[in-house]
Design a protein around this ligand. Sequence first.
Ligand SMILES: Cc1ncc(COP(=O)(O)O)c(C=O)c1O
Length: 436
Amino acid sequence: MKFLGNDMITIENGVLKIDGYDGNKLAKEYGTPLYVMSENQIIRNFKSYEDAFKKYVEETGREFILCYAYKANSNLAITKLLSKLGCGADVVSGGELYIAKLSNVPSEKIVFNGNCKTKDEIIMGIENNIRSFNVDSIGELILINEIAKEIGTVANVAFRINPDVNPKTHPKISTGLKNNKFGLDVQSGIAMRAIKMAKEMENINIVGIHCHIGSQLTDISPFIEETKKVMDFIVELKNEGIEIEDVNLGGGLGVPYHKDKEIPNQYYLADAIIGTIMEYKDKVDLPNLILEPGRSVVATAGVLLGKVHYIKETPCAKWVMIDAGMNDMMRPAIYEAYHEIIPCVLREEKEVVNIAGGLCESSDVFGKNRKLPKVEVGDIIAILDVGAYGISMANNYNARGRPRMILTRNRGHHIIRERETYGELIAKDIVPDHLL
Ligand SMILES: Cc1ncc(COP(=O)(O)O)c(C=O)c1O
């Protein structure tokens, strides 16, 4: 079994290094809290997908397109890096589409997801001639058709189906179950009805079937079940005289947040998906294959550094208070997510502690009962695997500016996002005259 790894963290002479750079020195130079992203790790993660799936192109002559899910981390330096590598974009808002265009992602590699696209967003997608809107409801289909007609063009659409597959992940990041809000239900015939309606619409071009069953999938079997359900549906469509060009299977693999948990890598995923699609080669013309991974492209490439300001004892625990908080990285607070935590100076003596941020919320805790090398006030603490759904979910709660972010490379490091200032925190507030 191979593992999705985090190759950028090393420990040398009792010091934690990130991509070869001493975490203590980075914290001193750039201040804390600080996000550190590794260019090399992002490139490795992206290339593993390309490498694993190239056999689909070789065996079928069809395209394989990786559309990175911008929601995981849409920092412009990162989206430009991925675009330069040839990566496409999965966007879910006008804002993400704007960033994709600014990152020079070609239109034919942009797909637009989401269950509540606004009229303005649909216009923007049509004007940019994107590869497909992944349509989530019949209402959306009707609106896209109307807008395309007004503009005098034809819009490309794929249909997001809900296959009712259990992704075996956290309920808050499950999306392909019958009781989730996403997609067009297959079993009840709603998906087929929508596609037949689309066939009659003059301003709609049916290009694909889309499906996304959830995030942080650590088992391959749900992907196989999903692929089978999608391919079975494509056979049904063929029988109705509807040919499908693109199959989009949604997000990618989970990542090993727990370092002792085995997770299959991209090669296992590719074997499973390609093997399943190949079983249909005598039944349908094989489609182009699209994947929209986010987490597995950037999660392992990110570390959040926080400085210890206080250490206090309560009757129940010893608490280490750091200057990073739940506004900087929400995953533990909202999903009870586990992240490895390592001090940047690793002393011999160990102790069991809770690590918390400084916000006025009891859920502002990064880890409980962690056995760590003893820490002292002034030490730097590293929270690992925060490159995905970290800065992109960060907010200004407790009027805290979002952190600075740097990108490490072979030859040095660069700031890729500035820390927000107090002035920026109130820049959008307006005080009416009577309160001046
Ligand atoms: C439609 C869609 N595609 C792709 C993704 C990315 O998933 P992941 O980050 O698990 O690869 C998501 C995230 O939930 C999503 O909702």
